[in-house]
Write a protein that binds this ligand. Structure first.
Ligand SMILES: Cc1ncc(COP(=O)(O)O)c(C=O)c1O
Length: 391
């Protein structure tokens, strides 16, 4: 059986896959089982921010594996201590402590639990276009009704959903029983959207006034993706709880919940835990990932490459708008995105879609260069022409 047939037979069929079998990766490139090279402007799903299999990450994981692969939080560990200090020091100015887990959804579950613990309140306000994960708690605050309705036994009866950017509606729903507001500072899969500086400022103020925890889900926006280490830094707006995952370990599975001073001691010993969270191998990855990001100035590069993308796509008439920030960008087309994405794949360029049918999502490694963006812009023009011709 081929790899595809074997996966289709033995894996639970929860994913619709791209027609691609990836066997190797190097920086912004991935190679398939036939030796074809693809330009990956999707970063393995917004994960490989420092590029695929960065040699420094490989070295760090290899050296740690030889020393100690795993011991839980029942003991102290030097690599975990160093990674925790590094994360907190590179996070928001009032960040005080981090809890490590293994994925984005788990980070959001933890954040919601801590916010409820800290405030003693049940309700949450979330965004209609927000996505926070697939487990029951995270699903309960995910905006897309279809995803929640498929599993109606969730906690969305204690969640209110509001449009991102509509402060008046949100303010009207605020009350003494609201534990948290959760949002992606830049929404991604729900359609790449961003609100005004005033909106983020007002959210912060409202939460302070109401004793509500502000949770930024930076599972995708964290670790440089938007051209700042964390997205709220663009507006100097700091959450009480910041979750992150995808880009945090360079591809090694890791999730994290970063708490500010006020909330850092909310969970008492024994109230929360995660066996694999903070494992030495994952912590070696977190450290190396951050070290590379800082040494290679990848956050700055994400900001610079946004300008290059906007310039390169500005002259393509079928591109109606480019939304988002840094290297989390939505390209709004005048036609459906699906056939364009398929054509780009035929041209060996990987990009993503999202909940907006006319939008392509660009989430490249933050190591991407002008030459790659130019190659993409030219391929996009050809794809649009081909799709138009076949319509
Ligand atoms: C903003 C956001 N939050 C949470 C998640 C869930 O993360 P994970 O798939 O690691 O559980 C995702 C995944 O796409 C995401 O984009």
């Amino acid at each position: 059986m081929s790899t595809r047939e074997t996966e289709d037979k033995y894996l639970v069929p929860t994913y619709t896959k791209m027609p691609l079998t990836v066997v190797k990766g190097e920086d912004v490139w991935v190679i398939d089982d036939k030796g074809n090279k693809y330009l990956d402007l999707y970063a393995g799903h917004a994960v490989c921010n420092i590029g695929h299999s960065h040699p420094k990450l490989v070295k760090a994981i290899t050296e740690q594996a030889k020393k100690l692969i795993f011991y839980s939080n029942a003991v102290y560990n030097d690599t975990r201590a160093e990674a925790a200090e590094m994360v907190v020091k590179n996070a928001y100015p009032h960040s005080a402590a981090v809890f490590f887990c293994n994925s984005g959804t788990e980070a959001n579950e933890t954040a919601l639990k801590i916010a409820r613990r800290a405030t003693g309140r049940p309700r949450v306000i979330a965004m209609e276009t927000g996505f926070h994960g697939r487990t029951i708690g995270a699903l309960s605050v995910t905006g897309k009704q279809k995803l929640r309705d498929d599993f109606p036994e969730n906690l969305s009866h204690i969640t209110d959903f509001v449009p991102l950017g509509d402060f008046d509606t949100l303010e009207a729903l605020m009350g003494p029983d609201v534990a948290a507001i959760i949002l992606e500072p830049v929404t991604s899969v729900g359609g790449v959207r961003i609100a005004s500086r005033k909106y983020y400022d007002s959210l912060r103020e409202l939460c302070v006034g109401n004793g509500t925890a502000l949770i930024f889900d930076e599972v995708q926006t964290g670790f440089g993706r938007t051209g700042a280490m964390f997205a709220g830094m663009h507006w100097d707006v700091e959450p009480d709880i910041c979750t992150s995952a995808k880009g945090a370990g360079g591809g090694f599975p890791v999730g994290m919940v970063i708490l500010n001073e006020a909330i850092a001691n909310a969970p008492a010993p024994g109230e929360h835990g995660c066996t694999f969270g903070g494992g030495p191998l994952a912590m070696a990855a977190v450290k190396a990932n951050l070290e590379v990001m800082l040494a290679e100035k990848l956050v700055e590069n994400a900001a610079a490459m946004e300008v290059v993308v906007r310039d390169a796509l500005g002259s393509i008439p079928e591109v109606l708008a480019v939304t988002g920030k840094g290297l989390l960008l939505g390209i709004e087309l005048e036609c459906p995105a699906k056939p364009v994405i398929e054509n780009l794949m035929e041209q060996k360029i990987i990009v993503g879609g999202c909940d907006r049918p006319n939008m392509i999502r660009l989430l490249p490694p933050l190591t991407v260069k002008e030459e790659h963006i130019k190659k993409f812009a030219s391929a996009l023009s050809s794809a649009l022409a081909a799709v138009k011709q076949s319509a």
